[in-house]
Write a protein that binds this ligand. Structure first.
Ligand code: ZN
Length: 133
């Protein structure tokens, strides 16, 4: 493992910093991603790196903002170093879905496609294993 992975994964508690997926049940290490994408001037400093599951990294891509369907205004995506997860997201334990009570939460749920069936079913399984949230 690379040095950034070890430090970033430990800081994140081996959970995806965007959806809180537990790395321990996956058969590949999670990915180290740039919060502010390199293509948009983001640095390689650890403060700009986050641990992300494949799904969150794939759907986030190089985005930093998305349109909030409630306010119809552009809002920033969740920033793991600046935002507090529990303030922007709530887990529905029956459905396995993640809800965003704030604009930051809503755009992250939508942009990162967090409530696709495959994700919800995985979360329900993780909860049965007491690994989530
Ligand atoms: Zn994730």
């Amino acid at each position: 493992m690379s040095k950034p992975y070890a430090a970033v994964a430990e800081r994140a508690g081996h959970r995806c910093e965007y959806c809180r997926a537990p790395e321990v049940i996956f058969n590949l290490p999670f990915e180290v991603e740039h919060i502010v994408p390199s293509s948009r001037g983001g640095s390689d400093e650890e403060s700009n790196l986050a641990l992300a599951c494949r799904a969150c990294n794939l759907f986030k891509s190089d985005r930093q903002h998305a349109k909030d369907e409630v306010t119809e205004e552009v809002a920033p995506l969740f920033h793991p170093r600046l935002d507090v997860w529990n303030e922007h997201f709530q887990v529905d334990r029956d459905e396995g879905s993640i809800r965003g009570p704030t604009a930051i939460g809503r755009v992250a749920v939508a942009a990162l496609q967090r409530n696709r069936d495959v994700q919800r079913i995985a979360r329900i399984s993780w909860m049965k294993l007491q690994l989530y949230p």
